[in-house]
Design a protein around this ligand. Structure first.
Ligand code: GDR
Length: 327
């Protein structure tokens, strides 16, 4: 029988891409998700619709220790991929306590349960490049000090060190990916990339006039979610647990993203994009660039899809989606 993988946040962007990847590898895949309703035509459950008969979903909240205990004890996974989290950095400024409850406590709940009942289970945690915050060195690698500036990033630093502590203190096989921004066609529109590509499609189809954004000069290292899910899997296949930066090594501004996305449909972003201060954050991370050389050397991992191809994929998808909705 194939290995068993349990994924928290299974219906999210990475969760669904990882589930699809692991099924192809012959895994029996189980997912945990909170029961959530659809948001603005972006129904989370749609992301799993093509594989819904191949995976088993448990409803549960990572904040609920007893429920997590029950699910882990029942599934007894070989590998646990912990992807569930409040993931919107901007929103985290208004939700400090949910960061503590969901992101930090949720992660410690899972680690604590594994230590007590399933110490042989390998554990993956999605840490974040936001931990580098106001960067102290560029590009950022596994040795770059953290300097977080948002509740989200501070919470991820706490999770990162808990994952490391359970590895060192209790000998659990636990790994962090220090994951830089990564996107795909199913990214929720609350994140800037999909907000842009979805707007490009709506503007192209005459359904929207303007696109209001925040800081156009923020620079990020944007990769492709399915590429990054492959790295998550590879981390758990090594002989030794460790932490890895997962990135593309390229940095681009939100403005450049707009320029290329609008160009794809023959439009000039300057005619449509306006800045609305309401989308600015109380504290911003200006520039991130990842150095993934350790992942390349140890995992043999490299990103396949880079900036322009990522934008093309997302714009093409949204043009088709909005076109269909418009029929
Ligand atoms: P980020 O992603 O915060 O980097 O975190 P997001 O797409 O939200 O922002 C990227 C940059 O774009 C700027 N920006 C805007 N952002 C949003 N959401 N909406 C806007 O209108 C807008 N205008 C400009 C932001 O200020 C920011 O600089 C993502 C998440 O997936 C995290 O969970 C993950 O940990 C990190 O990436 C790595």
């Amino acid at each position: 029988m194939g290995k068993k993988a349990l994924i928290t946040g299974a219906s999210g962007m990475d969760g669904s891409n990882l589930a699809r990847f692991l099924l192809k590898k012959g895994y029996k895949v189980y997912g945990i998700e909170r029961r959530v309703s659809c948001d603005s035509g972006n129904c989370r459950h749609n992301r799993l619709s093509d594989i819904e008969n191949e995976i088993e979903i448990f409803i549960g909240d990572i904040r609920d220790y007893n429920r997590m205990f029950e699910i882990i004890n029942k599934v007894k996974p070989d590998e646990l991929y912990h992807l569930a989290a409040l993931s919107q950095v901007g929103i985290s400024f208004k939700n400090e306590f949910e960061i503590i409850d969901s992101n930090i406590k949720g992660t410690v709940n899972l680690l604590h349960i594994l230590k007590n009942i399933l110490p042989e289970c390998k554990f993956f945690h999605a840490s974040s490049s936001e931990q580098f915050g106001k960067v102290l060195k560029s590009p950022q690698n596994e040795n770059t000090p953290f300097n977080p500036v948002s509740p989200y990033a501070i919470g991820k630093v706490a999770c990162f060190f808990n994952v490391k502590m359970y590895r060192n203190a209790y000998n659990l096989f636990t790994c962090n990916s220090i994951t830089f921004n990564h996107e795909c066609e199913h990214r929720p529109t609350q994140f800037v990339t999909r907000k842009i590509t979805h707007a490009v499609a709506k503007i192209y189809h005459g359904l929207q006039d303007k696109l209001y954004l925040g800081n156009l000069d923020a620079r990020r290292d944007w990769g492709y979610s399915p590429d990054y899910c492959r790295a998550f899997y590879l981390m758990l296949q090594q002989n030794k647990p460790d932490d890895y930066v997962i990135a593309t090594g390229e940095t681009h501004s939100v403005r450049e993203f707009c320029k290329i996305a609008f160009n794809k449909v023959g439009l000039n972003y300057k005619d449509y994009v306006e800045v609305d201060p309401k989308f600015y954050r109380p504290a911003e991370v200006n520039v991130l660039t990842g150095d993934y050389s350790k992942a390349k050397k140890v995992l043999g991992w490299e990103p396949k899809v880079k900036f322009e191809e990522l934008i093309s994929k997302m714009v093409d998808y949204d043009l088709e989606l909005v076109g269909k909705e418009n029929v």
